[in-house]
Ligand binder design. Structure first.
Ligand code: AMP
Length: 218
């Protein structure tokens, strides 16, 4: 079973690559950002705490994220998943080691680690124009991928198109800084295990997909 970690600053295209692998190769995607947003929109005790952390672009404590992640992995494994994609996890060195431990409990291991590499300047152009469908999650961009019909989701027809609360310049800069601070040790960990490959995130979606297919040998 192939279990792939996709690393990359916020907006580097992790979600797009994950969707491609899910749609074409039956992977199951685990996005810790999506899982945390789900909790933050609920009425649980934790929700306002998580909401505050996400809106500042900071990281949610490791213990909360690990518990949530493990539950999701168990769910997918029990449902016969063919492969897992970790989108947005790990984000710290502690999480990197934790991920190995969590997957090992299910007799799994990480098989590939891809990093989508992009500068802060390129990211700003991309993210500040990003929006998505609140109903089906499809991601759009005012410049590079607008909806075909104004304000209607191409995929599901919903009118509920939204911008994420944390897609703002100051928050983006904070999230990029957090990413840069943590990535070096994560990269080193996976490079030592011969799992790490860097991909230029400014290539076209098609080019990135081809590289991903080659690397993962699909
Ligand atoms: P994302 O959708 O992956 O950009 O995540 C959105 C926000 O959720 C991040 O800015 C963090 O506040 C939080 N988050 C997502 N994944 C993690 C993680 N692995 N560890 C801690 N916080 C996370």
């Amino acid at each position: 079973m192939k279990n792939i970690v996709i690393l990359g600053a916020p907006g580097s295209g992790k979600g797009t690559i994950s969707s491609f692998l899910v749609k074409n190769y039956s992977f199951q995607q685990i996005s810790t950002g999506d899982l945390l947003r789900e909790i933050s929109n609920s009425t649980s005790e934790l929700s306002s705490r998580i909401q505050a952390i996400i809106s500042k672009g900071e990281l949610v404590p490791d213990s909360i994220v690990a518990e949530m992640l493990e539950a999701k992995i168990i769910e997918f494994v029990q449902n016969g998943a063919k492969g897992l994609i970790f989108d947005g996890y790990p984000r710290t060195f502690a999480q990197t080691e934790m991920l190995d431990e969590i997957v090992a409990k299910q007799n799994l291991s990480i098989t590939n680690v891809l990093e989508l590499d992009i500068s802060l300047k390129d990211l700003e152009t991309r993210i500040l124009n990003r929006y998505s469908c609140a109903s089906c999650g499809e991601i759009y961009n005012y410049i590079s991928k607008p909806t075909k019909i104004n304000n209607i989701c191409d995929k599901c027809g919903s009118h509920n198109l939204i911008k994420r609360n944390d897609d703002k310049k100051e928050v983006l800069e904070q999230r990029y800084k957090t990413y840069e601070q943590n990535i070096a040790k994560i990269k080193e960990y996976y490079s030592q295990r011969n799992l790490y490959q860097k991909i230029d995130a400014t290539l076209t979606v098609q080019e990135i997909q081809n590289k991903v297919k080659d690397i993962i040998e699909l």
